[in-house]
Design a protein around this ligand. Sequence first.
Ligand code: NAP
Length: 288
Amino acid sequence: MAASIIDGKAVAARVRAEVATEVERFVAEFGRAPGLATILVGDDPASAVYVNGKQKASAEVGIQGFDHRLPADASEDEVIALIERLNADDDVSGILCQLPVPDHMDGVKLTGLIDPYKDVDGLTPLSAGYLALGREGLRPSTPEGVMILLDEAGAQLEGAEAVVIGRSNLFGKPMAQLLLKSNATVTTCHSRTRDLPGVCRRADVLIAAVGRARMVKADWVKPGAIVIDVGTNRLEDGLSGDVAFDEVSDVASAITPVPGGVGPMTIACLLRNTVKAARLAAHSGATV
Ligand code: NAP
């Protein structure tokens, strides 16, 4: 069986077009655009590429960008002062602190200082708590993007066996929560999981977010499963996911490619969150 390819680029383009329309509506209503502030500390080239991409994508849909860059030797107090300033700035609807931050800073602490109503990365304790409680809120962009791709692939999540490999705060945990909210039976795997291939073979929906190139092989996959590859591994021959794409494509019913699968959805959902946060702020008394 040749799996159908889930085209993340095309779906992300659609989401971005919807966001652009939402931004136009917002501007017509409130006379200003939603604003996204990014904070980049240090000179990690990969982080700079991510932040540049987020700022560029924001501008393309009409979101106002506030691009803050601090040197690698900036103090944690300087970053805290910046976050506090952005929290108080009405032109800033969403704040994103690009991780990782330099070693002398605590990324979890810094993220936690972002106003939860501006938490477009969905990583503050309040956002994580609302998700765990099954309440509305700002969700982390990558798992939110995966849910859209699953819908696109026609996944019937109710009662389905879903397996997530990876338990990071950024992706694995919120992904499992979103699947649970959709009534899937969810198993989360990690580096101590016994018989990982055997657990994966149970999955109707298999999601890999590990950071190990081509780890998931064809014989880990149940015939007809939907496979979502979140991994981004930079190899000498280019970007690779966590799934051995060529062989798994022969077994799965649908699969995301790397690049062009989950990656484009992350930025699209970040933009969507920014407009959502702007609307929340514009309606006083609204709660996430
Ligand atoms: P992370 O924080 O490093 O988490 C990796 C997870 O994989 C951990 O839970 C770890 O288990 C688990 N793991 C490691 N080795 C394993 C093994 N041999 N067997 C089973 N599980 C194993 O990474 P992350 O931030 O979640 O990201 C994961 C991957 O997704 C990376 O490649 C990252 O670049 C990519 N990513 C892509 C996007 C995107 O927009 N496309 C967004 C986010 C992440 P333990 O908890 O036991 O250590």
